[in-house]
Write a protein of this length. Sequence first.
Length: 337
Amino acid sequence: MTGALHAVIPPGGDPPAGQRAVSGEEGAPGKEGSRLRAGVLLALGAYGIWGFLPLYFNALTGIPALEILGWRIVFSLVLCLVLVTATRSWGRVVAAFRAPRINLTLGLAGFIVSVNWLVYIIATTTGHVLEASLGYFFNPLVTIVLGVVVLRERLRPMQWVSVGLSFAAVVVLSVDYGALPWISLVLAVSFALYGLVKKNVGSRVDALTGLSFETAWLTIPAGIFLIVVGAGGGLALTGADTPTTLLLVASGIITATPLLCFAGAASRLPLSAVGMFQYLTPILQFLIGYLVFGEHMSTGRWIGFAIVWLAVILLILDAARAAGVNRRAARLARRCG
């Protein structure tokens, strides 16, 4: 999962004050409704694809995780270059290339997200889908902690409770596993760090340009790895059957498509709505791990997951309450204005 949020609709989906009156377009409400519906479909597409990724990578179980990652990077870059050409976006790419800070920041973001991708591939090809889903339940809580530590943000009381519960869950799961749930923690921390780094480029780089630069930076080590392994005759792709080969080639599509859907959703929906959709991914992953792959859930795991789910529910309720307060404040400001 990748991307940065860019909301153009105020919280609650209300248009800016006076917009309809000024435009005088009777069809504006209908257009706004269509825009929101499109946003919902795009969000479902993005988080749905991310949620079903365990099924995709599980079909590549016979391929080493590093090789899957290498081909995913290479084919993602190929697809990005095709899309940049098709959408005539080379101007944005050149502009980002000429901005050293943006260029290097995207390189750092690429490195961080590659760690996330690798650990996720390992998890989904070795029977640890439940741990992967737990990582994405943890992610918003880790993001909050980074906001406090790095950005000096202040938390509301309910957010503090959610963070405290997440730490309690880590303790419970560690006791149950006999070790830290490292897959969950690495996935959560790496994706939260990725979001923090991408925050530094913000709206100056669109999703396609950002992914193009991230995969371009990563293609250098990925290409070297694939060439070296290939020279030694160790590439699994060379002996793979046709379905496996097609799955590896399509890894670029499975990477770029949800990201672009996410960018489209974020530009059409309120930020709060996009944030709620994010929980669809770990829910689907959990169901796949538990119901489809039959991964074991001990009593300790159930307790640990339940604590995390409680933390997430409190986080959602707090976000909904804060959004309501903001909407009422905005309406009051419009009336007073």
